[in-house]
Design a protein around this ligand. Structure first.
Ligand code: SF4
Length: 398
């Protein structure tokens, strides 16, 4: 039975293809974003801070900064990637020092609670039937004087989420369940996020109802992941940190042509086709605009002259002025009133029909039971449609 972590679940939600390549195909890459590199070094430094305290050693700030810089040098490798233009390695290293300094100045001498452990691994069943297994790692777990257990999470990103996001956070919510399972006697559990860049602490709790709802939503996400047969790429700002650009159909052509010298780049068949298609499309747009003007002129001419057929040199144009009956669309306010009139007259069945667009949405998002969707899919079929869109490259797009 597979074991799921919050990172796996999130990656699937953010981009099913990236999840598949990383967790199902297990394709590993050396590349590491500098934000992740920085986060690891800060976590290791704070881990040392609390691990040494267990042996009564209180590190000074300068000792911790020296440890951070030692880790930075020892772990540095050539595949650490910086995506933010104009920001250097030194900027990130200095940022790491500042995050540790912020934390130190706020919490030293670190005696407001007792550390139970750092980097504690959890592995537990979400359900009693042993179908849904979760694993995770808590940055630090502590206990306060009143017996409250605190789950601490260090955040090194520049983003400070709203309180509501903390209250709905799945990662620490799952760790909450992990602590409950391991120590059922614990009555109070507090979730604490340390946003180091902002020197802000966010705190949240979970009610029994919130825990039940989290278990149910996580189980249904795992069901969806296990039933998935397609793993489409989903573009988002996360693509900047994706290690599979060379495998993703949305980006691999960029990777392929990026390294080519200009003369070879312009001769690459894909580049040539796109350039030709874009140029023809621009011409088509001009021609269509011109055609529309001439069409309007023909209609106006037919109306003015009272003719339906207009002779040219070797062709003719037939102009029909048709009257078309229109009713309110689904989105119009009067539509529900119209529906009500027909329904109350008992004639609804004669004019209503299945909304296949809505049905497609139900099946794709698996909104109904698996049995019903399976039954419906006996009548559905997957057709491959092709579509080519041309758009301008954005600034900084590879
Ligand atoms: S580049 Fe973006 S869309 Fe492609 S796999 Fe990576 S995250 Fe997904």
């Amino acid at each position: 039975m597979p074991v799921y972590s919050h990172s796996q679940l999130s990656m699937y939600e953010e981009c099913p293809l990236r999840y598949k390549v990383s967790y199902r195909d297990r394709i590993r890459r050396d590349i590491e974003g500098i934000e992740a590199f920085l986060g690891s070094r800060v976590h290791e430094t704070l881990q040392k801070c609390y691990d040494d305290l267990k042996y009564t050693k209180l590190n000074s700030l300068s000792e911790l900064l020296a440890y951070f810089n030692k880790l930075w040098q020892e772990n540095w490798h050539d595949a650490v990637a910086i995506t933010r233009p104009g920001v250097t390695v030194e900027h990130y290293r200095t940022l790491g020092e500042r995050l540790i300094e912020n934390y130190y100045r706020r919490y030293a001498p670190f005696d407001s609670d007792i550390t139970i452990g750092t980097e504690i691994r959890f592995n537990f069943w979400l359900d009693e039937d042993g179908k849904y297994r979760i694993q995770g790692k808590v940055d630090r777990l502590s206990r306060t004087d009143d017996g409250t257990y605190q789950i601490h999470e260090y955040k090194t990103s520049a983003y400070l989420p709203p309180q509501q996001q903390a209250d709905e956070d799945r990662q620490l919510g799952l760790y909450y369940i992990g602590v409950q399972r391991r120590w059922p006697h614990v009555e109070n559990i507090r979730l604490v996020w340390h946003y180091l860049a902002h020197d802000v602490e966010l705190v949240s709790y979970r009610t029994p109802e919130a825990v039940t709802s989290l278990i149910e939503s996580t189980k249904s996400l795992i069901d969806e992941m296990e039933a998935a047969v397609e793993f489409p790429p989903k573009e988002s700002p996360w693509c900047d940190w994706c290690e599979y650009l060379d495998l993703c159909p949305r980006t691999k052509h960029f990777v392929k042509v990026e390294a080519l010298p200009l003369n070879e780049y312009l001769e690459e068949p894909g580049v040539k086709l796109v350039n030709k298609y874009a140029s023809l499309k621009a011409q088509k747009k001009e021609v269509e605009a011109e055609m529309e003007k001439v069409r309007e002129a023909l209609v106006e001419y037919a109306r003015r002259e009272g003719v339906e057929v207009i002779k040219g040199s070797d062709c003719k144009a037939t102009v029909k002025l048709k009257k078309e009956l229109k009713f309110p669309r689904k989105s119009d306010i009067e539509r529900s009133q119209l529906d009500a009139v027909i329904k109350s007259a008992g004639r609804w069945e004669e004019v209503s029909q299945l909304d296949t667009a809505a049905l497609k949405h139900v099946v794709e998002d698996r909104l109904w039971s698996s049995d019903l969707i399976e039954e419906i899919m006996k009548y559905g079929r997957l057709e491959v449609k092709d579509e080519v869109r041309i758009s301008k490259l954005k600034d900084g797009e590879m």
